[in-house]
Design a protein around this ligand. Structure first.
Ligand SMILES: Nc1ncnc2c1ncn2[C@@H]1O[C@H](COP(=O)(O)OP(=O)(O)OP(=O)(O)O)[C@@H](O)[C@H]1O
Ligand SMILES: [Mg+2]
Length: 231
């Protein structure tokens, strides 16, 4: 099998607030191969967002190892990490993080700017992606003029802008109705097929989780296989 694009081994992570220590991850392993999709479910507060932030190199961890394309991430300089991340990872955050002063199209183009692409080809791609998320007519709207689900779709378009090798999507269908959510899953999975990208999908939706190659459940700080359905 090809080498993993992202690999974590024995990741442990706790948060301290005052006297209290919250142990969130207690030894998590994951090897994500090119073109592979995986879904992560788990109760609210089980550590899914913490885990994807760690994968993205945005959150530190206490022990274990994280590698992108075989290269350890820990200890690397922030600027070089940010540059690598922009070309390698597309991230859909649970709380979108759109730039409020920029219209939807510019928010998508922002990802291109991070890797020095702001030419007409980049503009064309940003428009195409806005079409594919069903917002081709809303490119000049500010985030404040968009609904929660629309903002989420802009965030997905932005994550796909640089044809990332790895897409990390934290509940990308959380604010969408069933039909729009299914369409979003179609889009993410077809983008993965088109570019050979890998997908880490955090979701509470079992039928979306089933569409990925592999399902895990985060429970008590570790990954478990989902329970087999009765019968
Ligand atoms: N910066 C922080 N400081 C202290 N505790 C934190 C911090 N960030 C997260 N936590 C705690 O870590 C735990 C895991 O949080 P996380 O956001 O990863 O959960 P989640 O599985 O994504 O939940 P949800 O399904 O609600 O999005 C929670 O108990 C949360 O309160
Ligand atoms: Mg979360």
């Amino acid at each position: 099998m090809s080498d993993p694009v992202v690999q974590v081994v024995g990741i442990e992570k706790s948060f301290r607030s005052g006297e209290k220590v919250i142990e969130v991850l207690r030894g998590v392993d994951l090897s994500l191969h090119p073109g592979e999709s995986i879904s992560i479910r788990g109760e609210s507060g089980s550590g899914k967002t913490t885990f994807v932030h760690i994968l993205a190199g945005l959150e530190g961890f206490d022990s274990g190892e994280l590698c992108w394309r075989g290269k350890p991430v820990k200890g690397r300089r922030r600027a070089s990490l940010a540059r690598d991340r922009a070309g390698f990872l597309g991230m859909v955050f649970q709380s979108f993080y759109l730039i409020p002063e920029m219209n939807a199209l510019d928010n998508v183009l922002m990802a291109g700017r991070m890797v020095g692409r702001l030419d007409n080809t980049a503009r064309k791609r940003a428009r195409e992606l806005m079409d594919r998320v069903g917002l081709g007519e809303r490119t000049d709207h500010l985030p404040s003029q968009l609904s929660g689900g629309e903002k989420q779709r802009v965030a997905v378009a932005r994550a796909l802008m640089n044809r990332p090798a790895v897409i990390l999507a934290d509940e990308p269908t959380g604010n969408l109705d069933e039909i729009t959510g299914n369409r979003m899953m179609d889009l993410l999975l077809s983008i993965c097929r088109e570019h050979g990208a890998s997908l880490v999908l955090v979701t509470h939706n079992k039928s979306h989780a089933k569409r990925t190659d592999r399902e895990v459940v985060l429970k008590l700080g570790r990954f478990e296989s989902p329970e087999a359905p009765p019968g």
